[in-house]
Write a protein that binds this ligand. Structure first.
Ligand code: FDA
Length: 398
């Protein structure tokens, strides 16, 4: 039977970071992954350029039952620490927007960097290897039964990620391990995911698929933050960064409020003395915030018919249009699910873990890192920063 100090389950962002750190301490580390190569999600991330961190990363950018849990790990391994590693490896990068750092060339560079770090730390990596069972022997060591044979380890780090993109090998393995060892797992949902619309809304908007605008989105949960980014109409519903962000706070049956003018008055000019208040004037005003096709449709849906031979809208009608522009209440039918979600919200309850080390309080030697934990970052490089930071912390002690 093979014998290691640490077995890391999952060769993703968190697992590889943890393995390299533990290996550097002289620990004999094995990483096991059922995929045929390491870091597959890193490869497809950020449109192939990996948004690997965010310069403004703070605890407030994460969702968790315990919002304070992330503080310690994020302070111990910061965005600047990861940037220093990227620079040490000569990887060129740029800030796209809002502190988001991307590779200039390709996310393959980040995977190559992690492989090099693991190589230098003498980490053994087994890909295309499944894990049948994880148990604990009487001597306290873990027995990991893999398709390449059984392995003994003093410590096991679970970095098997969340449920998103099952077609790329995502599994519920990490949650099952947690439950088997008596640890609570919070409710999991797809996060950073497009909304689907109900049939009547789909009919109204979805033939505009491909049009986008800026918007502010708010969830029903008033404690949730608002977001101001792009919204995109899709053939099934709504997407774009602002929708992905708010989706992580959304629960089945709740509405989402969208302000298509982000607080700016749209129809103020129409209320001035002697101003034209006809359909053409309304359309011109709407076009200042929405692109042409969307503006046309918005007017068709929201501007009332002018009856009684009237040419102009009344002040009350204009005020109502103003309100509708700022308070578009959308009741999504659902989301596009794990197949399209960038992340999974929920996971191993942070109350079960030590915030400094990621070790399970009830099961010494068992660690959980990355997305499998009930920590979900906003869109914008935060999820990788959590993976690096939590992996780093476990790697210092496992
Ligand atoms: P990760 O999913 O990376 O790794 C888990 C590993 O465990 C995988 O290699 C998997 O094969 C393996 N595994 C699973 N079950 C197993 C089992 N039963 N046995 C063996 N191995 C098993 N974030 C960000 O910050 N910036 C970005 O640009 C993007 N972009 C992005 C795009 C897309 C399309 C997606 C889907 C996601 C993103 N993300 C992102 C999110 C980010 O990819 C994600 O949060 C991290 O990869 C999580 O890292 P982990 O190491 O926890 O899991």
């Amino acid at each position: 039977m093979r014998d290691f100090d640490v077995v890391v389950l999952g060769a993703g962002a968190a697992g590889l970071m943890c393995a390299a750190e533990a290996g550097r301490r002289g620990r004999r580390v094995l990483v096991v992954d059922h995929a045929d190569k390491v870091g597959k999600k890193i490869l497809i991330s950020g449109g192939g350029r990996c948004n690997f961190t965010n310069l403004g990363c703070r605890a407030e950018n994460f969702i968790s039952e315990n919002p304070h849990f992330v503080r310690s790990a994020l302070a111990r391994f910061t965005a600047a620490d990861f940037v220093a590693m990227v620079e040490r490896h000569g990887i060129k990068y740029h800030e796209k927007t809002l502190g988001q750092l991307f590779c200039d060339a390709s996310s393959r560079e980040i995977v190559a960097m992690l492989e090099k770090e693991c190589g230098e730390a003498r980490v053994t990596i087994w890909t295309s290897t499944s894990v049948a069972k994880l148990g604990r022997r009487e001597d306290g060591r873990f027995l990991v039964e893999t398709s390449q044979g059984a392995v003994l380890a003093e410590a096991v780090v679970v970095g098997t990620g969340g449920l998103s993109i099952p077609q790329m090998g995502a599994t519920s393995f990490g949650y099952e391990v947690a439950r088997e060892f008596g640890l609570r797992v919070t409710t999991c949902r797809p996060g950073l995911v497009p909304f689907t619309l109900r049939p009547e809304d789909r009919e109204r908007w979805c033939d505009l698929s491909g049009v986008s605008a800026m918007a502010e989105a708010k969830a029903t949960d008033k404690k949730a933050p608002g977001f101001r980014e792009k919204i995109l109409v899709t053939h099934k519903g709504l997407s774009g960064p602002v929708v992905l962000q708010i989706s992580s706070y959304w629960k089945e049956g709740e509405a989402v409020e969208l302000d298509l003018a982000m607080g700016e008055k749209v129809f103020g000019g129409l209320l001035q003395k002697n101003a034209r208040r006809d359909v053409a004037a309304v359309f011109a005003a709407v076009k200042t915030v929405l692109p042409g096709r969307w503006a046309e449709r918005w007017v068709a849906v929201n501007a009332p018919e002018l009856g009684d031979g009237r040419r102009d809208f009344t002040n009350a009608e204009i005020a109502e249009m103003e309100r509708t522009m700022h308070e578009w209440r959308v009741l999504p039918a659902g989301t596009e699910g794990y197949a399209k979600a960038e992340v999974t919200t929920g996971g191993v309850d942070t109350a079960e873990l030590d915030a400094k080390t990621m070790e399970a309080k009830k099961v010494p030697g068992l660690y959980f890192v990355g997305e499998v934990v009930d920590v979900t970052g906003w869109l914008g490089g935060y999820n990788f920063q959590w993976a690096w930071a939590s992996g780093f912390c476990a790697g210092q002690v496992a």
